[in-house]
Each structure stands twice: as C-alpha cells, then as structure tokens.
Design a protein around this ligand. Structure first.
Ligand SMILES: [Zn+2]
Length: 475
C-alpha cells in the first residue's frame, strides 16, 4: 500500500478496492456500487444515528424521490442554490411530462408542502421526522468515490417548532447527536463551524457544519445543521393556531448527515499501510480465528479448538469467523489486516499445550498471550480499548493540523508548505474569501462557535474584526 500521509489519493483509491468496499466500474460518472463490506458498516452507522434521532423524539418517514418543479422553485434562494445541480425527469415512456420532476437533491421542498397539511395547531408541534435515503446532485467538479458523488447516502431530519428558541435548541441537540456518534462511537474528531453569510445552505438563516480532516490535511464536511427560521414556512404557509387563537408561522431546522462521507472519513482516518482499521462495534467481522498448525498431526485437534471457540463466541453475539482454508497463516494475516478485523485469535500447538491463547489486535498490531478462560473478559476490555486508542490517535493528528497566523504573508507561506487548518482573523466579506481562494487554494470554512470572539484584524484586508475563522483546503 502507498504511504497514507505522503500519497493519500493513491492510498485511498487502493484501499477501497483491496478491502472490497466499493466497485467503481458501474459506468455512470459519480455513481458507485457499495459492496457487502461497505454496506455492513454503512448499515451500522445508519442505525447509530437513527437510534439517537429516535431518542430525541424523531420518527422515521419515507418521502418520494420525485419533487415537482413548482415546489422545488417555491423558495427562490433555495432553488438558486441547487439549480445547477438538479437532475430532471422530463420524459416517461413515450411521453414528455407536462410537469418536470426533480430527483431530490435534498428534501425541504418535498416535505414542507406536507408539513403544511399536517400542522394545524400548537398541539401538532414539535414535528420531528427524518429519512435515510440517497440524494442526487449533478456535481460538476471531479467526483471521488464516497467523497464527492452524484448519488450519495445520507440522513436528513426536518423539524418544526413553535418559536425560534425551541428551534435553536434543536440545532444544539443535533450537534450533540453528531458528537455522540461520530466522535464517541466512530472515533472521528471534527469541528463545528458556523458558515459565513455567503456560504450558508441555500434558504437557511444559520448554517453549522461538521468538518473532519483527512490525512492529506483537507477538510471534509460530513454533516450540517441549519436554523431555517420562517424562510420556508412563509412560502409553504406552514402555520399553526396558537393557544391565544392567533396564527403563527413555524420555525424550522434541518439536519443533514453525510453517511457516505462519514464512511470515507472512517476509512481514511483510522486506516494504515496494512489496510482498514475499524472500531470493534461496526466491523463486519469482529474476530477471526486462525489455526497455526506446525505439523500435520496437529491439524485436526487445532481445527476443532478453532470451531469450538467460534461457536462459543457466536453464542455470545460476536461476529466471528474461523478461517480453516488451505491458505498459509501469513496469507490469512494479510487478508484480515486488509479487511480491518479488530481482533485475531491464533491457535497453534503451543496454545493447545499450555491452555493459553494468542490475541492480535489490529489497531496496535500487537500480540498478547492470555489464558483461554479469560478470553471473553479480554474481548470486552479490548472493545473499549481499541476505540479509545483509535480516537486518541485521530485526535492527536487532528490537533497537529491547526496553525494560527497573524498576517497575510504567513498565510501565503504556510499555504505553500502544505495542507494545514489555518486560524486567522476575518472580516466576513465574500470578496476577501474569494481572493484568499484564488491566491492560496484555501477556503474560508467558518468560525468555531465554541471559541469566544476576540479583537483582531482581517488576515486579508486588514479591517478590524472580532471574528476568527478556519481556513483550509477542502473536499
Ligand atoms: Zn477582509
């Protein structure tokens, strides 16, 4: 495998194929086939988010992929933002359609005409729904599997509330949900950035993005949450009758979770030169058992131990496999390292004799020997340890990416050196952001909402400001 840090692009392309995650030979630009090894992981990521969404009062819905043209066009800013990316259906069978249909690029304009029918009274609020689907966007930039596609997997949650205060609380809750799954369960560090005015989601009042950093130092937006205010409820007339008998517009939020991109981040951030490295909880195979017979006479006894162990661990609910094939142990090690199986158990003559067992953990590539009767306890312990190790390694690397600069020359020089996440003062003007991009290739990604404003000057134009933003190369 190529070096992940020196040659990320090649490493990434190779791992998708070698770990049998994605097949890119489908023949439609920006469209990929997710293989079973990827879907096993994807399903679990979906489940983790869906569980958190349900815990916070959301219920699952499924809307049609078709959006009538007149609905998509209703909120003009929203439409302008997506116009260049919409796939249209204009013909069905032999007939041209009277009314064009869009394939959903996102579902505000699919759902909100129905919200209008469902919401009548304050008793119907809050309304909190989500769906787990594919969306379609005609990307004109170069597509990359999982990172930028014309069809990708996501979850979108759409909520309606009585007032701004409740809606803004939801935005905070969305951030908590994201942290619980992405950082705590998948070990992927990220920052919350408030997007600049000129970079908001089309139709939103405020946009907050979740940004991970890939090994090449580029930021990857893996999710967003938006406070929509009454921008959509006004055009779709989503009103409720309040306790005081007055009609009011609902305040809305939407929350997009980029499952395809989260998978890309998971593969890229934890993977190494031997292949995939996965947290125990989402690995398609959690434990593999490999016999290491030294001479022919041992074979049957060792295989028997392997199968007994497999049954025992399966009964405990683990996803475990014994590989009793004719391949050499070395070939098997190579294969399961590539697939990212977190725990490997090796059973050889020494193990049979001493009642001890050898465990290899993929994340640290270390062998340990334990008494066989301690196996289950050790697995439970490793499950947590592996995740903690992956997360702290990723956080360490993440922290080392950040650099603060205080003048234009420093910014230009640092940008020339490589891909860092640069913190600098910023005036908020699109013009400055455009010039930074043109000169350095870096983009203004927004401000970390957890950092307090402080007096500084715009890194580009020198204007006084209290805003510090993150500037980075991005996917
Ligand atoms: Zn400026």
């Amino acid at each position: 495998m190529p070096d992940k840090h020196k040659n990320f692009s090649e490493w990434y392309t190779e791992i998708l194929t070698r770990a049998q995650l994605i097949d890119i030979r489908y023949g439609v630009k920006g469209a990929i086939v997710y293989l079973p090894n990827a879907m096993d992981i994807v399903d679990r990521i979906f489940q983790m988010f869906e569980e958190e969404l349900r815990k916070t009062g959301h219920r699952k819905v499924l809307f049609p992929v078709f959006i009538p043209e007149e609905n998509l066009k209703k909120e003009s800013e929203h439409f302008r933002g997506f116009e260049g990316e919409v796939f249209w259906i204009t013909k069905a069978g032999y007939r041209d359609l009277d009314k064009k249909l869009a394939l959903r690029p996102t579902s505000e304009t699919a759902m909100y005409p129905m919200f209008n029918l469902w919401i009548k009274s304050h008793k119907d609020l809050p309304l909190k729904v989500f769906q787990s689907v594919s969306v379609y966007r005609y990307e004109t930039k170069a597509t990359r599997p999982l990172l930028r596609g014309r069809e990708f997997l996501w979850i979108e949650a759409h909520d309606a509330f009585k007032n701004e205060e409740e809606a803004r609380k939801q935005v905070e809750q969305d951030m908590e949900i994201f942290k619980k799954v992405v950082l705590e369960k998948l070990g992927i560090p990220f920052v919350h950035l408030k997007r600049e005015e000129f970079d908001k989601f089309a139709g939103a009042v405020d946009t907050y993005a979740f940004e991970a950093v890939l090994p090449d130092g580029r930021m990857l937006q893996i999710g967003t949450t938006h406070y929509l205010g009454t921008n959509f409820s006004r055009v779709f007339s989503i009103e409720y009758l309040d306790i005081d008998e007055s009609h009011k517009l609902v305040h809305q939020t939407c929350f997009g979770i980029g499952i395809s991109r989260i998978l890309a981040a998971l593969i890229s951030i934890h993977g190494d030169e031997f292949g995939l490295v996965l947290p125990f909880s989402i690995a398609p195979i959690q434990i593999v058992i490999i016999p290491i017979p030294k001479k022919d006479a041992d074979v049957e006894q060792i295989k028997k131990i392997c199968l007994t162990l497999t049954d025992k661990l399966k009964a405990k609910g683990y996803r475990v496999e014994a590989d009793l094939s004719d391949k050499t142990p070395g070939e098997k090690f190579y294969k399961y390292d590539m697939l990212g199986v977190p725990i490997r158990i090796e059973v050889g003559p020494r193990e049979v004799k001493t009642g001890k067992i050898t465990i290899f953990r993929r994340d640290k590539r270390k062998r340990i020997s334990i008494p066989i009767n301690e196996l289950e306890r050790k697995i439970r312990e490793l499950e947590k340890e592996i995740l903690n190790n992956l997360r702290s390694k990723a956080e360490e690397e993440f922290k080392n990416r950040f650099r603060e600069v205080s003048n234009k020359q420093q910014l230009i020089e640092l940008a020339r050196k490589g891909n860092f996440i640069i913190k600098a003062g910023f005036c908020g003007r699109e013009e400055c952001a455009e010039q930074i991009k043109a000169e350095t290739g870096y983009e203004v990604r927004g401000m970390n909402i957890k950092e307090k404003p402080k007096k500084t000057t715009c890194i580009w134009c020198g204007q006084p400001t209290t805003k510090t933003v993150y500037i980075a190369k991005a996917y």
